[in-house]
Design a protein around this ligand. Structure first.
Ligand SMILES: C[S@@+](CC[C@H](N)C(=O)[O-])C[C@H]1O[C@@H](n2cnc3c(N)ncnc32)[C@H](O)[C@@H]1O
Ligand code: SF4
Length: 453
């Protein structure tokens, strides 16, 4: 029921526990673009707010790692040769081409993810920021994040990255237990991780995030709570919690299949999530999304732009994007994926300025599906104003009031639909995956009432 492009987005941007649903819905043709408004064939508006077209965030994928972690199936490669310089040049070229294609006048945030972008030379960051500024505006206060692996090398480069323009670090701790780090195939230890967080906090106070995973092999709720206590003594104002997901093709997946390792069961996993939410809350962190917690308003503006259905441009091998290619007369938003393999990606960028491998046009329903699925991940949910940006004609109440399933979610207190919009309750957030099929079905019924099912 959920569209293919959305499945990819969920994998790409959420990186945690999101269950994939079935594929494929019909698309609606668009007839034209008038003063920043998109229209469907029958003339009804479907995305009309000009700021949706003028702005985008930018994701830059650095595809190299020093080694493979046992659980990771992200698009990453262990490089045979040092081709950093050429990759950096191609990233700048792709930024330039796709900015031109999107015609956005402002890049609101930049995120260097990977792979291991802290392996890149810091000049890659400054060169890409300059490439953006040559083509469009990048606000002085724009959030520029970089994922850092907390190895000694990562730590010593922090200062140079900060001089290059990074103002927010996202540090991949994964665990604070050396034994677990070894088992996960990480190339750092807990001491190195804590020193990296300390140094990053000196450079970017209040702008350091840490990634930590739970449901690790052999983990218990008690040891997780002890680990979180240690984390809370060391961390800054942002924490991302990832539920370890066994991915096909990884060493962890094989180890699980051959029963070499076991993961905590669903019940224990739910306990771990709940204890983390509680402990973070007690330490002043507000949960603002299923996996993300911030205090002192230190939210990730870049990730919020995904959850709020804003445009984003993805550059680098395997990067994903969502934008209207106005520069070539495009009239509707596309889900775009760049070529995966770095050598092929380099060739394509050198030949054609960019290496977009796949483009899927998003119809009205598909756009609303994304807004719904992404929006409900945020604790503030989907406000009426936010929904109206994408659905000027059908309100949240028009769509969901007639569904008995949704009425049941509201009655149980898992969902709320009121003047503030549609959102999950504390309990509902943990159950979001199980509510989505009914919500998406209802959306489809209302948008395409006559479609066969
Ligand atoms: C792909 S990594 C890239 C950043 C950096 N290389 C690192 O490892 O810290 C981004 C985040 O994805 C999360 N991640 C990767 N594979 C995962 C999996 N199978 N299950 C849950 N989280 C995963 C990790 O927590 C990691 O911090
Ligand atoms: S988790 Fe990070 S360091 Fe490990 S293989 Fe994946 S991208 Fe590379």
């Amino acid at each position: 029921m959920i569209n293919r492009a959305l499945q990819q987005t969920m994998r790409h941007t959420l990186r945690v526990g999101g269950r994939m649903l079935g594929a494929g819905t019909g698309q609606r043709c668009l007839s034209g673009l008038r003063s920043g408004q998109l229209f469907t064939e029958d003339g009804s508006e479907f995305a009309q707010h000009e700021s949706l077209l003028k702005e985008a965030s930018l994701y830059v994928h650095w595809p190299f790692c020093l080694k493979r972690c046992s659980y990771c199936n992200f698009n990453k490669y262990i490089p045979k040769d040092d081709n950093n310089h050429i990759v950096s040049q191609c990233l700048q070229q792709e930024v330039d081409t796709l900015l031109q294609l999107s015609k956005v006048s402002c890049v609101t945030s930049v995120f260097f993810g990977g792979g291991t972008p802290s392996l890149a030379h810091p000049s890659t960051v400054s060169d890409i920021l300059e490439a953006i500024s040559r083509r469009t505006s990048l606000a002085d206060e724009a959030e520029v994040s970089l994922e850092v692996n907390p190895t000694p090398e990562g730590r010593t480069k922090l200062k140079d990255f900060s001089h290059a323009g990074v103002n927010r670090f996202s540090i991949g701790l994964q665990s604070l237990l050396d034994e677990d780090l070894t088992r996960l195939g990480r190339d750092h230890n807990a001491h190195q991780a804590l020193r990296t967080v300390e140094d990053a906090r000196k450079l970017c106070p209040g702008k350091v995030s840490v990634d930590i995973m739970f449901r690790r092999p052999g983990q218990s709720t008690a040891s997780w709570e002890a680990e979180l206590s240690e984390l809370l003594r060391a961390c800054d104002d942002h924490v991302s919690l990832y539920q370890l997901t066994p991915e096909r093709g990884t060493l962890l997946f094989k180890q699980l299949q051959s029963a070499q390792v076991t993961l905590p069961d669903d019940h224990e996993t739910a306990d771990m999530y709940e204890s983390a939410r509680r402990m973070l809350h007690q330490h002043g962190f507000l949960q603002y999304e299923v996996s993300n917690f911030a205090r002192n308003s230190a939210v990730s503006h870049h990730n919020l732009s995904y959850w709020k259905g804003r445009q984003y441009i993805g550059v680098g091998p395997g990067a994903h994007g969502r934008f209207v290619p106005l520069g070539e007369g495009g009239t509707h938003r596309e889900a775009r994926t760049q070529t995966l393999e770095p050598d092929v990606w380099i060739r394509e960028v050198q030949q054609g300025g960019h290496a977009t491998r796949r483009r899927i046009q998003l119809g009205h329903l598909e756009l609303l599906e994304e807004v719904l699925v992404m929006g409900l991940r945020m604790t503030e949910g989907i406000t009426h104003e936010h929904w109206q940006l994408f659905s000027p004609q059908l309100t949240l109440c028009d769509i969901f009031n007639s569904s008995t399933d949704v009425q049941e979610f509201l009655r149980c207190g898992h969902l709320t639909l009121d003047d503030g919009g549609l959102r999950c309750s504390w309990n509902g957030l943990a159950l979001l995956d199980s509510m989505l099929p009914a919500l998406l079905l209802q959306l489809e019924r209302q948008i395409h009432p006559k479609a066969p099912r």
